[in-house]
Structures are given as structure tokens and as C-alpha cells.
Design a binder for this molecule. Structure first.
Ligand SMILES: [Zn+2]
Length: 404
């Protein structure tokens, strides 16, 4: 079966064909590091880690990049409150974020580039866009003209005015949705020199500059949470059209929201679930397994009872694996047992081929663990070894044990 991935831009499942058959390039939008991650962040990175792992199981080499946004007003504001340098605060939370990824068994990235380390490449792109008329200045700040090149709506298929809850800010902009591409320097702000004056790049050009700089002209999968579609990823598409005449992205992939009490987790509602609090109670592998029991595009309503159920199911699978290791009965593998093992493996793989259907894949594993015909008591060592092979393959994708 071919792997099919849901592309948010076309709104359809599309067979996965990387631009370069040798190497799959994935870029996932990383966090702005001014505070610790919450459970919604974990969901995004675990979802894309499983995609990457499954592509690797299918024989692809994958370059996975998760950036770290270490230049932003919120970082400056918090650093000023704490009386420390923004770069020190951002470095600390950046390290804590990478620790969280390890706790979640997220495979190490090809790169975790910091925005602050890639500004010269962004400046080169901004200067080119400025020369070509895509950028204009208002009071030292520079904005990108979002009404050109088809404008917003190419990813969400909605008008920007229907996507914003609040009135957009004008500040002298030609169009209220035009985004800041170069912010002029002010006191206390880490800044760079450019032909547009001293300043620093805005958020959308940061990600675009890094992905092109680190991964090149074609990125197979650009990933992030649903909330990044607009304006962030819509803006990335417009920048790419202006810069290179085409969208650099093969597949636009977005994970669903996490809610709590059916309400979107947000700063204003104060209902974020800090990831480290969850780790203290359950441990990284269980949190990961809990998240994967829902399809990555579904909304998950955070519920600790569900994490406890996840723990029980995970124990069941790991117990099955342990039992298989203890089988000591000699004899050749029997055809009907081999068929049974192959059937479970196929269900697992077919589920993953269907837009990374991890709930389906996990159900296949639980069926396998509970299947009478393959109960370890009835098995021979040769058969147990085959079954362990299937489990270890599944583990390499789902990252259940942290073993690689
Ligand atoms: Zn981004």
C-alpha cells in the first residue's frame, strides 16, 4: 500500500512522493522560548516525530528540522521583567524544550536551528523582496504586501477577515493584514544592520529563512499545529511565491488542537497544562502513548483518566513483549502462526499508510497482544522471535520504550 498524507492546502489525502527520492525534508515550527512547553506543544512534536519515524521505517532518509524561535517581543518583555538579558532567558528555555523532546522519546533532529543564528540569511531574502516591491516602510518598520500573488486564503481557503477574532491593526499599513517583515531596532532589542536599517526579522520570515537555509529549495513536509495555518503558514507561502515564484512546500500538514474541558487551551483562559507537571505524574513514554491514541488531526480534550487508560494499554503491550522473550519451546514456526503474525503486522502498516493512523496501529498491537492464537504459552521460540520482530518495528515507529 502507498502512504497517503492529508495535505491541508488541497484538503485531500495525497500519495506521498518526496521531491528527492534520496532524502525527505521535514520542517516543523518550533516554540517561542520564553516559557516552558505545555501539553499542546508535546502533541505537535510527538505527531511529527511519528511521521518521521514511519518514513524511516519505510526506508527513507529523513532530515527533520525543528527550529527554536529565540527572537520575539514576548521574550524581551519577560526578560525585562526578570531583569535578565533576552538571549540568556531564551537559551535557558531552549535547552529545557530540547530536554522535553528527549523525555517524549522524540528522535534527535537533523538540526534545531535558533532564529538568532540565521538572521543574515533572512536579511538577504528581505532585501531581495524589498528591491522587488513586495515590502514597504512605515515609520522604520517594514511590511510585506499580502494582497499580491493571490493573497491570503491559499491554505485555509478562508478570507483573513473571517479568521481573526479581533480587528486587525492598521498602524499606517496599506492593508490591515500586511505583516511585519523587519522590525526597527529599539533600546534593549537584539538587532542587526541591514539596508532597511537596524532591526530584526519578523516571525514569518524567520521560519521561511531557516527552512530554506537549512533544507534548501524543496521541503516535503511543513508541519505545525492547526493554529499556525493563519497567519503564519499562509504568510510563509506568500513569501515563497515572492522569493522563488513557487510554494517550496510539498505537503502542508497540521495537527489538531488540544482542549481542556472542551475549551481551547489559551493563555487568557489560564487553562494550559504544563508538560513538566504531566511528566511528574506519568512519565514521558506514557504521555506520548496517550497522545498517539488519537489521530493527529483530531482534537484531544485533555483528560488524566485517559492517560491512566493509556498506561494500562501500554503495560499490556510491554507485558506481551516480555512474555515473548521468555518463550522456551523448540520447534519450527507453524504456517498458521506465521500468517497470524503477518496479518497483525499488515494491519499496523496499513493503518500507518492511511495518513499515519496511530489509533488504528495501536489497536492492531493490542489485538496482537490479546490474540489467543499468539498467546506466548502456545508459541515456539522461532514464532516468538517473529512476533518480537513485529513489536520492535512498531516500537521504532511509535517510540513506546524509548529504545531506538
Ligand atoms: Zn514557523
Amino acid at each position: 500500500m502507498a502512504l497517503e498524507i492529508f495535505d491541508s492546502k488541497t484538503g485531500t489525502l495525497r500519495e506521498f512522493r518526496p521531491a528527492d527520492p534520496e532524502i525527505v525534508r521535514m520542517y516543523v515550527c518550533g516554540p517561542t522560548v520564553y516559557t516552558d512547553a505545555h501539553i499542546g506543544h508535546a502533541r505537535s512534536y510527538v505527531s511529527f516525530d511519528v511521521m518521521r519515524r514511519y518514513l524511516e521505517l519505510r526506508g527513507h532518509r529523513v532530515r527533520m528540522v525543528i527550529n527554536i524561535t529565540d527572537l520575539d517581543d514576548v521574550i524581551d518583555q519577560k526578560a525585562a521583567r526578570l531583569g535578565e538579558k533576552p538571549e540568556v532567558l531564551a537559551a535557558r528555555y531552549g535547552e529545557r524544550f530540547l530536554e522535553d523532546l528527549r523525555t517524549l522519546n522524540v528522535r534527535p533532529s537533523y538540526a534545531n536551528p535558533r532564529v538568532s543564528e540565521n538572521v543574515p540569511a533572512m536579511i538577504g531574502i528581505i532585501e531581495k523582496l524589498n528591491e522587488e516591491g513586495y515590502v514597504y516602510e512605515v515609520d522604520g518598520n517594514h511590511y510585506f504586501r499580502t494582497t499580491l500573488l493571490g493573497g491570503y486564503g491559499q491554505l485555509t481557503h478562508e478570507r483573513p477577515e473571517d479568521l481573526l477574532a479581533d480587528e486587525p491593526i492598521m498602524e499606517g499599513r496599506e492593508n490591515p493584514f500586511d505583516f511585519l517583515i523587519w522590525k526597527k531596532s529599539k533600546e534593549g532589542m537584539v538587532s542587526w544592520d541591514s539596508s532597511l536599517g537596524a532591526g530584526r526579522p519578523g516571525w514569518h520570515i524567520q521560519c521561511y529563512g531557516i527552512m530554506r537555509g537549512v533544507l534548501g529549495d524543496s521541503i516535503d513536509i511543513h508541519g505545525g499545529g492547526e493554529d499556525l495555518k493563519f497567519p503564519h503558514h499562509e504568510s510563509n507561502i506568500l513569501i515563497s511565491l515572492a522569493h522563488k515564484g513557487k510554494d517550496a512546500i510539498g505537503y502542508h500538514v497540521h495537527n489538531g488542537f488540544m482542549t481542556r474541558g472542551k475549551e481551547k487551551m489559551s493563555k487568557s483562559l489560564g487553562n494550559f497544562v504544563p508538560l513538566r507537571d504531566v511528566f511528574e505524574r506519568f512519565g514521558g513514554s506514557v504521555v506520548r502513548f496517550y497522545l498517539l491514541r488519537s489521530h493527529y488531526r483530531e482534537t484531544i480534550d485533555y483528560d488524566e483518566d485517559d492517560i491512566e487508560k493509556a498506561q494500562q494499554d501500554l503495560d499490556l503491550i510491554l507485558g506481551f513483549e516480555k512474555d515473548l522473550k521468555e518463550v522456551e519451546k523448540d520447534g519450527k514456526p507453524r504456517g498458521f502462526v506465521e500468517e497470524e503474525i503477518a496479518r497483525h503486522r499488515k494491519t499496523f502498516m496499513d493503518s500507518m499508510d492511511n495518513d499515519f493512523d496511530t489509533p488504528g496501529a495501536i489497536t492492531a498491537l493490542l489485538d496482537f497482544a490479546g490474540c489467543a492464537k499468539t498467546s506466548p504459552d502456545d508459541l515456539r521460540t522461532t514464532e516468538a522471535r517473529l512476533a518480537l520482530g513485529v513489536l520492535s518495528e512498531a516500537d521504532s515507529v511509535l517510540g513506546l520504550t524509548g529504545a531506538d
